[in-house]
Design a binder for this molecule. Structure first.
Ligand SMILES: Nc1ncnc2c1ncn2[C@@H]1O[C@H](COP(=O)(O)OP(=O)(O)OP(=O)(O)O)[C@@H](O)[C@H]1O
Ligand SMILES: [Mg+2]
Length: 252
């Protein structure tokens, strides 16, 4: 079953149409990656799926677990299992990271354990992201996802600004969340990952890649083949890089 089914989605930001008719499906247990140039609408798409304020869905369907969630608030979507890791995580003065994490789970014992896994043990009693370095903010985002354990993870450039050792720490945390140790048919959680560098894909296998340009999906195919094509020839020539078998096998 498709965990997420987006049909003909149009989204305005500040009165301007940024997403201009996107169709996208993610099956249960799959990891999909999104490539696209700066300003193509990738973060806007994630914001619209998470229901963040300022993203005005003017047309189309966002179906999650078989229900249209367009009218639901962000917190209701989070309760249904949608988790977002921000490209630019905001700082929240006056709220400790521990307090936020405790509001997400009834099992408080996992908090120090997961914080230790992400090298964030000393950060739990600091205000959320206040004074955190870029890489620390990204680890804090992943820690929040680990505690929330969402069924659909929206990861907006999880490795940008993260040093090489911490990329593998983040990737290992995501791998365990996505149950990568199980056969694909037994996995239930899914992810949509935006990446420019592709570094995260060295550690975490994605099943399919979609390319977004100018608010539309150009096509989909093998993550490694598409990434290689973009690396060599840029986005403009990527119309040659889509594999038909992905469409035929209903993976896109
Ligand atoms: N509040 C806003 N007001 C005006 N324009 C906006 C606003 N938010 C986003 N946009 C515009 O929407 C477009 C898409 O932005 P978005 O953040 O989705 O791009 P992106 O694909 O995530 O890019 P990047 O790779 O740089 O993160 C950009 O041109 C951006 O300037
Ligand atoms: Mg972005």
């Amino acid at each position: 079953m498709a965990l997420l089914n987006i049909k003909d989605l149009h989204v305005n930001v500040a009165g301007k149409e940024i997403i201009r008719g996107i169709d996208l499906e993610i099956e249960e247990g799959r990891t999909a990656v999104i490539f696209g140039p700066n300003g193509s609408g990738k973060s806007t798409l994630m914001g619209a799926i998470a229901g963040l304020p300022g993203y005005d869905v003017t047309k189309g369907l966002i179906e999650y677990k078989g229900h249209d969630i367009k009218q639901l608030s962000t917190d209701d979507r989070a309760r249904l299992g949608i988790g977002l890791s921000y490209q630019y995580p905001p700082a929240v003065k006056g709220v400790r990271l521990r307090t936020l994490l405790e509001s997400m789970t009834s099992d408080r014992e996992i908090i120090p354990e997961y914080a230790d896994m992400l090298n964030l043990s000393g950060y739990l009693d600091r205000d959320i992201n206040v004074g955190f370095s870029g890489g620390e903010r990204k680890r804090s985002e992943v820690l929040q996802l680990m505690v929330q354990t969402p069924d659909l993870m929206l990861l907006d450039e999880p490795e940008s600004g993260v040093d090489i050792e911490n990329i593998s720490i983040i990737a290992n945390a995501l791998k365990s969340l996505l149950e990568k140790e199980k056969p694909i048919t037994k996995r239930t959680r899914s992810a949509l990952i935006i990446t420019h560098t592709g570094f995260i894909l060295d550690y975490l296998r994605a099943d399919v890649a979609h390319v977004i340009m100018n608010g539309r999906v150009l096509g989909c195919g093998s993550p490694s083949e598409i990434f290689e094509e973009i690396r060599l020839n840029g986005y403009s020539k990527c119309s040659n890089c889509f594999a038909e078998q992905f469409k035929e096998n209903n993976i896109c």
